[in-house]
Ligand binder design. Sequence first.
Ligand code: THU
Length: 132
Amino acid sequence: MTLREIAVKVHAHAYAPYSQFKVGAAIRTRSGRVFSGCNVENVAYPEGTCAEAGAVAAMVAAGEREVVEIYIVSDGPKPASPCGGCRQKLAEFARGEVVVTLGTTHNSAEVRTLLSELLPGAFTSDQLEKND
Ligand code: THU
């Protein structure tokens, strides 16, 4: 199965009764394994989680930490862009040159970009140093 096929498959499982906007994310790791996640909304709206967060959590729980390819699929006529928080979550485990492909379930349109383009100037661990 391609990364898109895996993302489309998990997209079908998304729980999005409030926004009606389903998202699926598939991430391939350096070892070749693929982890996927979908958005899971909640009646207490801020408690909902994004598809990318689910995929990252599944990867880390399986003991993997290095993302080499990302595919995100959502509803809508055009591929949607990942939210800011998810860009930062992905950047924790993926280098800037990792290709992020955005797709839609409506048609074959795809946007290929890089994580560094989605999140220029990311907050990184070297900035944790304190100024004292
Ligand atoms: N959503 C994601 O799953 N990932 C994103 O990057 C953007 C937004 C979800 C959250 C919510 O369930 C729905 O899409 C509408 O915002």
